[in-house]
Design a protein around this ligand. Structure first.
Ligand SMILES: NC(=O)c1ccc[n+]([C@@H]2O[C@H](COP(=O)([O-])OP(=O)(O)OC[C@H]3O[C@@H](n4cnc5c(N)ncnc54)[C@H](O)[C@@H]3O)[C@@H](O)[C@H]2O)c1
Length: 381
């Protein structure tokens, strides 16, 4: 198969990450980029040597087989739908849609058209995610019984100049950061069947302290900023998942899982690397660093903190899945399940009643070390 022609729609912040990483992968050929603001597309095209196009022209371009949707969440549905209607495969940034209904429509439409739909996050395919999956699969902690997952911080208004949208319906800590934690958990434990939650809003108004036009102004908060949920997995495990933007400092590990034979500790699931630690039957933690493994080395010296950032790995796997006629790992179906769980957390938090999850999903096939290496271009391997 020739390399797959890819066009990007949405040339903001995260587009630079995908564009920089594209050169690592053998099967992907970035051709063009588009944005509803033409200057954004021109800037990224100039930086990375692509063609800047209008959105409609990009969708009509026969050399483009796959659209990478890197627009804002509110536009994900519209852009993914337009790309599918133009006969393109799609990989979209998270979340798949902002409601379960949107997500269901997109997955159904891709299937109806015989096109592939993939979705971020793909961090679970990084070195730490693969290590944790291999340990679980070989029974290193026995049967998983319970666990904890915490995404907690102070929110966005101290660094983001226009943070208001994060605090309105469609935003909030669960929809914004939940995909990383929940996709990792589903990859390790399988599908969720029931969700309970309690929601709180720490402050009714937030004060913007970041530099910019809104500095020292307040805005009202329209969605809960602290949610503690209980996730029951089909396999029997139960995990407490806390997501909050009301926390100044804490000492909880991002994810810990405890089974009949031991405990497993995972690093921040928003990165591809970090240390996985295993304690068999109460022995001291044994650290498994990600650094030597494919997609585990720190490669991101541009922002603090320094981290392993290989966004685009899920796209490369999706492209390979077409050639191999198998399901992509970071699939639309997986993202749809995660979206259903996130919506259930919000509903359970609002109503106080547990919510059953209807859609089931299989765990994606584990990504082996050789298979991961084979996704790299010969220059990068
Ligand atoms: N910024 C990050 O660090 C980060 C990290 C991981 C994931 N994400 C996700 O990536 C996505 C984009 O985030 P971002 O930070 O790059 O946002 P951004 O606002 O910097 O960029 C989004 C771009 O999409 C364009 N756009 C919006 N609607 C469009 C439409 N209908 N058609 C064409 N172009 C359109 C905007 O003009 C803008 O240039 C979001 O889903 C976000 O959750 C961002």
């Amino acid at each position: 198969m020739a390399r797959m022609g890819i066009g990007i729609i949405g040339c903001g912040n995260i587009a630079a990450t995908y564009l920089r990483n594209a050169a690592l992968f053998g099967d992907v050929d970035l051709i063009a980029c588009a944005d509803r603001v033409p200057e954004m597309a021109e800037r990224r095209a100039g930086e990375f040597g692509l063609r800047a196009m209008g959105v409609d022209a990009l969708l009509a371009e026969p050399a483009i087989d796959l659209v990478l949707n890197l627009t804002i969440p509110a536009a994900h549905r519209e852009v993914t739908q337009a790309a599918l209607a133009a006969g393109k495969h799609v990989f979209t940034e998270k979340p798949l849609g902002v409601t379960l209904r949107e997500g269901r429509e997109l997955v159904a439409e891709a299937e109806r058209r015989g096109l592939r739909l993939g979705s971020a996050p793909d961090t679970f395919l990084g070195a730490a995610g693969r290590r944790a999956r291999a340990l679980i699969d070989k029974g290193a902690i026995g049967r998983p019984v319970l666990g904890t997952a915490f995404m907690m911080g102070r929110g966005m208004e101290h660094w983001h100049p226009n943070p208001q949208f994060y605090y309105q319906p469609g935003g909030g800590p669960v929809l914004d950061m939940g995909p990383y934690y929940l996709t990792t958990l589903v990859n390790l434990l399988g599908p969720v069947v029931r969700v309970s939650a309690v929601a709180r809003t720490g402050e009714a108004e937030r004060l913007i302290t970041a530099e910019g036009p809104f500095r020292n102004t307040r805005f009202p908060v329209g969605t809960p900023t602290s949610l503690l949920s209980l996730l029951e997995f089909a396999g029997g495990a139960v995990v407490t998942f806390g997501a909050s933007w009301d926390v100044f400092r804490h000492s909880n590990h991002p994810i810990e899982l405890h089974g009949t034979e031991g405990s497993l500790r995972l690093p921040d699931p928003d990165t591809f690397g970090g240390d996985v630690a295993l304690s068999p039957r109460g022995e001291p933690w044994a650290e498994h660093p990600s650094e030597p493994e494919p997609f585990g080395a720190i490669n991101w010296p541009f922002d603090a903190p320094r981290l392993a950032n290989y966004r685009m790995l899920g796209v490369a796997d999706l492209v390979r899945s077409i050639r191999e006629d198998r399901e992509a790992r970071a699939s639309g179906r997986l993202a749809l399940h995660v979206l259903e769980v996130m919506e259930a957390i919000l509903t359970a938090g609002e109503t106080g009643s547990a919510v059953s999850i209807e859609g089931a999903v299989e765990r994606p096939a584990a990504l082996g070390e050789d298979e991961a290496t084979a996704l790299l271009s010969s220059d990068a391997a």
